[in-house]
Design a protein around this ligand. Structure first.
Ligand SMILES: *[C@@H]1O[C@H](CO)[C@@H](O)[C@H](O)[C@H]1NC(C)=O
Ligand SMILES: *[C@@H]1O[C@H](CO)[C@@H](O)[C@H](O)[C@H]1NC(C)=O
Ligand SMILES: *[C@@H]1O[C@H](CO)[C@@H](O)[C@H](O)[C@H]1NC(C)=O
Ligand SMILES: *[C@@H]1O[C@H](CO)[C@@H](O)[C@H](O)[C@H]1NC(C)=O
Ligand SMILES: *[C@@H]1O[C@H](CO)[C@@H](O)[C@H](O)[C@H]1NC(C)=O
Ligand SMILES: *[C@@H]1O[C@H](CO)[C@@H](O)[C@H](O)[C@H]1NC(C)=O
Ligand SMILES: *[C@@H]1O[C@H](CO)[C@@H](O)[C@H](O)[C@H]1NC(C)=O
Length: 650
């Protein structure tokens, strides 16, 4: 008897838990209804973009706590004024999801300096002037559904419900929901109405906006659905119940049952349990019917359930709310932070400020593909926060950061003896072979360089920042106006006419080999004592048979006493020169290069000349460095600081 009571109590508790979860589950209604962009182009992109991004961020934090936000960033003609609001029936969680969709779509308006987007669950607008008390405008329209003609009973109910909403909203924090079922009418004659003015409007402006909206929306009758998209408000009527349940609606029942469970005998408990189970089963069915199975709902479910998805709050906590102290570096599309998860795992978080090309769903799919590409010499992408207020990529954290910090620093360079460097070279080659030749997707990295080779705790190489280029290809923002890649590492055919094959990576890899054994940076040409690039110097020395004179002194002092080391290092220079040959067809494939590196006694063909690039004419967009973990104060010449790899589904 005692045991049975316990079992029933557990059953009932589970049931109650389900009920509560079910009660709090809503629909973010993040389907876009319409986006309207301004007609005036921004004045100065390098001012406009950061202002816009800062506004979105500022609003994002307000949305999470109140479902509404306004922000003003900057001054002058590119000042950004932003407003976003979720409609009154969305829970804060659903609001975050809807806003996430809005803020990834609105930047489509760029380079126009303003725009507004209406979704079924939220609204957002940004301009370079204050519009917070605007409530009407020439673009106010109604968008009618194309459902079948409804009965006159439905039309009466719709008119009455819309009128009611206009009266209710201005006195109810600018929000109203109405459900009318005409007397004597069937289920088909029920009408559901939502009306919401932006919270910045006072009651009289709200009323004026809704009056206009109501008369235009009623023009949709006898169709089953209408939406008014006005400057200061949103209104919708429908014959289907799109409204989210009123929060807390289900929970009071749960509380009552708990008391019942504790005080009454087990038989009754069982009966109550069954009754509740049946209730929930029915309730769920109704909810399912109401919500339908739209793409958006599927997405939301995927994002909630997938192990790749990190909760925004988790990542935020891990990085100490993106504390400056945790900043590892600044890249073109965002900043990299170090974070520690609750279980102690260390992560690197890349915050993508301007992930505007892709909706949350596409971005997530892409992350999904890339995270399936797994190899010991590739930095692991653990997942993303794709549906949160901003797009975050979560990577494994590598304590030793990047290779450039070692090889270009004569004292830290001592930590990498020849054995380690050889291991790094082989590891990098293996990682590239995998990217080029794995059977899932073929990935061309496009930006192999020392700062994109990260080192784990045992100084083993892991290639960073591959695979995301598709998200950023064709991005119109100022950050990607030129070819992606880093000057000095770019293959001539790619630099000259954007021709991109795996051989472009082979070229960059060749430059990297020369850097690893010489300790010199290829693109440091004009600022150092050498006027020629490392590529040119290495080629000349190779022909003269004096390569030895340019090798890293750390290697010569510490390793050359061992037999074979010198020969091995010279062999790497030779292979490097084979990889940087001007004619792409003559460069070995990565797997061939790996073979040459591993089989240290195989005879190598003589290299033909490398390209002689006049670097001075190439420095068009010398803005900043964009490595994964950039070093401070570096001024190397990166043509465009975007994420630079590319991949093609097989
Ligand atoms: C844009 O603004 C930046 C920063 O104020 C300034 O350095 C740059 O010259 C401006 N560009 C143009 C085209 O006005
Ligand atoms: C958001 O912007 C407002 C002014 O528009 C400012 O007072 C506030 O500090 C900002 N908040 C954050 C988190 O940036
Ligand atoms: C908005 O931007 C446009 C174009 O850059 C400019 O002409 C206009 O003066 C700006 N408006 C305000 C209020 O600054
Ligand atoms: C109604 O509109 C939707 C989307 O606008 C469209 O896919 C659908 O075919 C239309 N249905 C009818 C009956 O016109
Ligand atoms: C409700 O509408 C559907 C189709 O629109 C129709 O098949 C059904 O008979 C209607 N039910 C009632 C009770 O009017
Ligand atoms: C409401 O706001 C509008 C626009 O800002 C203003 O013109 C009007 O006077 C305000 N009405 C009241 C009652 O405050
Ligand atoms: C609503 O306002 C717009 C813009 O002011 C106007 O063009 C439209 O005629 C109005 N609609 C109604 C039904 O009053």
């Amino acid at each position: 008897m005692e045991r049975r009571v316990n079992v029933s109590v557990v059953v009932v508790f589970v049931v109650i838990a389900l009920l509560l979860i079910n009660g709090s589950e809503g629909d973010p209604r993040s389907k876009m209804v319409e986006i309207k962009c301004g007609k005036i182009v921004e004045h100065n992109a390098s001012v406009f973009v950061p202002n816009f991004v800062a506004t979105m961020e500022n609003i994002s934090s307000q949305m999470r706590s109140s479902g509404f936000g306004v922000a003003i960033t900057g001054r002058g003609v590119d000042t950004n004024f932003g407003l976003a609001q979720c409609y009154g029936d969305l829970s804060l969680l659903d609001c975050v999801l809807c806003y996430a969709e809005a803020r990834t779509l609105l930047p489509q308006c760029y380079p126009y300096n303003g725009g507004r987007i209406y979704l079924d669950g939220c609204f957002m607008r940004a301009e370079n002037f204050t519009f917070f008390d605007e409530y009407k405008g020439p673009e106010d329209v109604a968008v009618c559904g194309n459902g079948t003609g409804k009965s006159s009973k439905f039309q009466e109910a719709a008119k009455a419900a819309v009128a009611q909403a206009v009266v209710d909203a201005p006195n109810n924090q600018n929000y109203a929901r109405v459900h009318f079922k005409p007397t004597g009418g069937g289920q088909n004659d029920s009408t559901y109405v939502l009306a919401n003015c932006w919270r910045t409007l006072n009651a009289s402006s709200c009323k004026a906006c809704l009056e206009n909206a109501s008369s235009s929306i009623l023009g949709c009758l006898p169709r089953s659905e209408g939406r008014a998209l006005n400057t200061g408000c949103f209104m919708r009527y429908s014959d289907t119940n799109f409204l989210n349940p009123i929060p807390g609606g289900g929970s009071s029942k749960g509380t009552v049952v708990v008391i019942v469970v504790v005080t009454i005998s087990s038989v009754i408990v069982l009966v109550v349990g069954i009754v509740i189970a049946v209730y929930i089963w029915k309730h769920r069915k109704i909810q399912k019917k109401r919500r339908g199975s739209t793409e958006v709902n599927k997405l939301v479910k995927t994002l909630h359930d997938s192990s790749l998805n990190f909760k925004y709050s988790t990542v935020e906590r891990a990085t100490g709310s993106f504390d400056e102290a945790n900043k590892l570096g600044q890249g073109g599309f965002g900043t990299v932070y170090k974070g520690v998860l609750a279980d102690g795992r260390e992560i690197a978080v890349k915050r993508l400020f301007y992930n505007n090309r892709h909706r949350a769903a596409d971005f997530f799919n892409e992350v999904n593909i890339i995270s399936s590409v797994e190899h010991k010499n590739l930095v692991r992408l653990l997942g993303c926060s794709c549906s949160g207020p901003e797009s975050l990529l979560v990577y494994e954290f590598l304590p030793n950061r990047s290779l450039d910090r070692f090889i270009f620093d004569s004292s830290k360079g001592k930590e990498l003896n020849w054995e380690k460097r050889d291991e790094i070279i082989i590891g990098t080659a293996e990682g590239l072979v995998y990217l080029h030749e794995n059977n899932k997707i073929r990935i061309i990295h496009r930006d192999i360089k020392a700062s994109n080779i990260l080192l784990d705790s045992r100084l083993r190489a892991k290639i960073a920042d591959f695979g995301l280029a598709r998200s950023f290809q064709g991005d119109k923002s100022h950050i990607s106006t030129a070819i992606a890649g880093t000057l000095g590492y770019m293959a001539p055919e790619y630099l000259a006419n954007g021709q991109l094959t795996e051989k472009a990576d082979v070229y960059s890899f060749g430059v990297l080999l020369l850097e690893i054994v010489t300790g010199r940076q290829n693109n440091k040409g004009k600022s150092s004592e050498f006027s020629d690039s490392l590529v040119t110097i290495a080629w000349k020395r190779f022909q003269q048979g004096t390569v030895e004179e340019i090798l890293d002194t750390n290697l010569m002092l510490n390793d050359f006493h061992r037999s074979n080391v010198k020969a091995e290092v010279l062999r790497v220079v030779h292979i490097g020169l084979l990889c940087i040959q001007e004619a792409a067809s003559l460069r070995p494939s990565m797997s061939k290069a790996l073979k040459m590196l591993a089989k240290k006694d195989e005879i190598l063909p003589p290299p033909t000349n490398p390209p002689f690039i006049d670097e001075k004419t190439m420095e068009l967009n010398d803005t900043s460095d964009d490595p994964f973990y950039p070093q401070n104060g570096s001024s190397s010449a990166s043509i465009a600081n975007i994420s630079h790899s590319s991949f093609y589904p097989r």
